[in-house]
Write a protein that binds this ligand. Structure first.
Ligand SMILES: NC(=O)c1ccc[n+]([C@@H]2O[C@H](COP(=O)([O-])OP(=O)(O)OC[C@H]3O[C@@H](n4cnc5c(N)ncnc54)[C@H](O)[C@@H]3O)[C@@H](O)[C@H]2O)c1
Length: 262
């Protein structure tokens, strides 16, 4: 049976053309939504464009989410299409560098915070008027297990993801009176290209085999299992839907109960 839980919803997502973002984009489209997805990588955008299944309900935009001018121009084109939107998903986020803090460069720190936190600000600031015109809606911020736990060798990433939690809690309080709900999702260890790179870099830094590092990552959750990109898509779909009308200010782990990150 077709699930139409997001019928007529208009959803903006940053970094929505590959990885977790793509899974969220597809889940929302499959449930009847119209999706405006942005991504810095034109190759991913073009691959998705060729997917004729989604032609009428998917709008794609190629720009850097951490460039305020580009974000501003994007929202101008959103305005020329739609007066209101139902949801913003701040998914953009880079892994940042791997290493002990004293060895990391200011440039890497700044880039991680700019992409993972300031770009969310650029999007959220401009999405709020659309959500207010809609008389309610939802903002979903993608944080991480590193947004609720310490994460050795990844200090800028952990700092950025804890910041996302702070923004989520604060915005939920600021926007509740407009019936705008704000929640964060903390994905666990996701089976995908990002974790391939994270495991490679950590193995290199610690001089361990990639197999050992992978095994360690999986041991950090009670379910001892990978999490799949689609799991995050499904949680987003639930949070956007009418089934979640009383859920706001929550930090939701989709991570098999991740209890440590070390
Ligand atoms: N993969 C994981 O294990 C994991 C775990 C916890 C949290 N997360 C978070 O989930 C989100 C998505 O992660 P992912 O693994 O799919 O990421 P990813 O590294 O696979 O990248 C996803 C997309 O982001 C785009 N992107 C990167 N920088 C951009 C920018 N400046 N502007 C626009 N687009 C940009 C890339 O082109 C790519 O299409 C991130 O916020 C990440 O921190 C991921």
């Amino acid at each position: 049976m077709q699930n139409n839980s997001l019928k007529n919803k208009k959803i903006v997502i940053s970094a929505g053309a590959s990885g977790i973002g793509l899974a969220i984009t597809k889940t929302c489209l499959d449930r009847g939504a119209t999706v405006l997805a942005t991504d810095i990588n034109n190759k991913f955008i073009n691959t998705l464009k060729k997917n004729s299944k989604y032609k009428k309900k998917l709008f794609l935009y190629n720009f850097d989410a951490s460039d305020e001018n580009d974000v501003s121009n994007f929202f101008k084109s959103v305005k020329s299409k739609f007066k209101k939107i139902d949801c913003l998903i701040n998914n953009v986020g880079i892994a940042g560098p791997t290493g002990t803090l004293e060895k990391l460069s200011s440039k890497d720190w700044e880039k991680t915070l700019k992409t993972n936190v300031i770009s969310h600000f650029y999007f959220t600031k401009r999405a709020i008027p659309f959500l207010k015109t809609n008389r309610g809606g939802s903002i979903i911020n993608i944080s991480s297990g590193a947004g609720v736990l310490g994460f050795p060798l990844r200090s800028p990433y952990a700092a950025s993801k804890w910041a996302v939690i702070g923004i989520t809690k604060t915005l939920a309080m600021e926007l509740g009176k407009y019936k705008i709900r704000v929640n964060a999702i903390c994905p666990g260890t996701i089976k995908g290209n990002r974790m391939v790179r994270v495991i490679r870099d950590k193995a290199k830094f610690l001089k361990l085999s990639k197999k050992k590092v992978e095994k360690d990552f999986l041991s950090m959750s009670s379910l001892k299992s990978w999490v799949y990109e689609e799991d995050i898509g499904k949680m987003c779909a639930f949070l956007i839907s009418e089934d979640a009308l009383r859920i706001s200010g929550q930090i939701i782990g989709v991570n098999g109960n991740e209890i440590r990150l070390d």
